[in-house]
Design a protein around this ligand. Structure first.
Ligand SMILES: C[S@@+](CC[C@H](N)C(=O)[O-])C[C@H]1O[C@@H](n2cnc3c(N)ncnc32)[C@H](O)[C@@H]1O
Length: 247
């Protein structure tokens, strides 16, 4: 997968991505000449052939992340934010993630954690994850073609995150992988999944159940003094259940 070379942003906040600086960049506001693109420095203001202005800069991790390939449903950023905040994932953390899907969560966490190991049963998804890892230039992710309901190789893991249809089937293996004090987080879209997961955790003496949370994000429009919630936005994504391994 080609890496993005430059991000261009209009004064109104519309973003465009240049993949190949040897070609003109075409936008709905006209095109930007390839020679201008090539010689521009970060922070320069460029003009399209229709005189529309664009600032240009090198992509950050989040600019690249927003362009990864997606096939399976990915965890939205609002939910990733809470996972990191509640578990304190940081540069010392070893994280286990299952299933990988498109690898969105695994890749995001690799930008924050020391190491991420991700399990996926579908080989076609593994190819997508590999291509996303390559696109983001990440070196600290391992992908394993494994079923987490059946086996787990890791020990001394700080945080396990499950985004699977039947997370209760992985609880015993999560107990084997986690350190005492480590966190188990389950992300599920539906209420019966939350009930079955939390009920199973409560029966397991290795774990203490903490809480289940839904994050609702509402974006607002701000135009002069016309300030109001946007009428369209992200609807329901999933519930996050937080659990701590104690023994
Ligand atoms: C919703 S996707 C995960 C999306 C991922 N969290 C992301 O942000 O890109 C769920 C994935 O779990 C995989 N999966 C289902 N059961 C599994 C299992 N027992 N072990 C490992 N992976 C599994 C599926 O093939 C699917 O790719």
């Amino acid at each position: 997968m080609d890496t993005l070379k430059k991000v261009l942003i209009t004064k109104q906040g519309r973003k465009f991505y240049a993949k190949d600086l040897s070609e003109d960049l075409h936008t709905q506001y006209g095109f930007i000449n390839k020679d201008e693109l090539k010689k521009a420095k970060d922070g320069d203001l460029l003009k399209s052939n229709t005189n529309k202005e664009f600032f240009i800069f090198a992509p950050y991790f989040i600019d690249l992340y927003r362009k990864i390939k997606r096939d399976a449903q990915i965890i939205p950023l609002k939910d990733i934010g809470l996972i990191i905040a509640e578990t304190g994932i940081n540069k010392e953390s070893r994280v286990l993630d299952a299933g990988s899907g498109s690898g969105a969560l695994a890749c995001f966490l690799a930008g924050t954690a020391k190491e991420v190991i991700t399990y996926e049963i579908r080989e076609d998804f593994i190819e997508i994850v590999k291509s996303n890892i390559d696109f983001l230039g990440l070196k600290n992710i391992k992908i394993k073609n494994k079923n987490i309901y059946q086996e787990v190789d890791e020990k001394n893991i700080d945080v396990v995150i499950l985004d699977l249809p039947e997370p209760w089937n992985a609880i015993e293996n999560c107990a084997k992988a986690l350190k005492p004090g480590g966190f188990l987080v389950s992300y599920s879209p539906s209420v019966p999944q939350v009930a079955d997961f939390v009920n199973a955790v409560r029966k397991n003496e290795s774990f203490v159940y903490l809480k289940t949370v839904e994050i609702i994000e509402r974006e607002w429009e701000v135009e002069e003094r016309r300030v109001r919630p946007k009428s369209s936005g992200l609807g329901h994504s999933g519930f996050l259940s937080f659990v701590r391994k104690v023994r």
